[in-house]
Design a protein around this ligand. Sequence first.
Ligand code: SF4
Length: 309
Amino acid sequence: MDTMTYDYTTPTLSPKGQEMRDLLADYISVISHRLPDDVTAKLQELQKIEVDPLQKLVYDTMMENQLLANKLKRPSCQDTGALQFFVKVGAQFPLLGELNQILKDAVYKTTKQTPLRHNAVQTFDEYNTGMNIGDGIPSVFTQIDGNSSNIEMYVYMAGGGCTLPGEAMVLMPGEGYEGVVRFVMDRMTSYGVNACPPLLVGVGVATSVETAALNSKLALMRRVDSVSENANAAKLERLLEEGINNIGLGPQGFGGQKSVMGVNVVNTARHPSTIGVAVSTGCWSHRRGYIKLDKDLNYELPYNKGVEL
Ligand code: SF4
């Protein structure tokens, strides 16, 4: 049988494009071994709440894992995920035309240098490209944001286990927001344990499956302790957090006081005849980053205090 290979040639990038690619490759490497500050703080908080030896042991192991991952610069989890980028870019950002190539090449580069596990399988052809890039992967969701010359993006390593509980559907309007709660709780009681709790649960509400699904993923990009600006969505976050904690998944599904790091809801306006709802989950090793760059590639890393690339 012929061995199939993915045809990839490193693109010819401008000098500035190469600079941005190298910065992003280095940042993805950081994300792979250092959890964002909010996740670390939350895990430390949850660790103190658990009282039984087994749960304490699980948290101690997570903490030691992170200490070693940071020290040795080795991935926090063996599943380094499929890379996803959620980008907001101003129309005047000078590298806009090269952006997709820069992102793809950054993933290629960091896969070799970090290294990252190979997680891109060409669908139906069923071979692993060995590079974490392939048809349509990494996933890039781009929004043109006004006329500025800046760019900001969330970078997410979507692991298999934490992606597994994801689901989207469209509810009849009569099902109301009670239907949203039922949908999320059904999913969490059947698949939540697969995602290596404590979880960050992202809930999206919109018109259709794809708009709700994107919202649920954007919800995972928010800080674990953040609260929706919409009072009713904030109430839903609180109630769902209580409800999912009451399932008693505990750290790594061994039972315990808390099942989640948080629940974030992102909602957009919807068609009056539908309630699109989706859920996405992040695991305890929630590797997402956030980088802001100006036109000269001066950067800020709001989720990673003290990190320099
Ligand atoms: S769910 Fe997260 S921690 Fe668990 S195996 Fe997957 S990526 Fe790793």
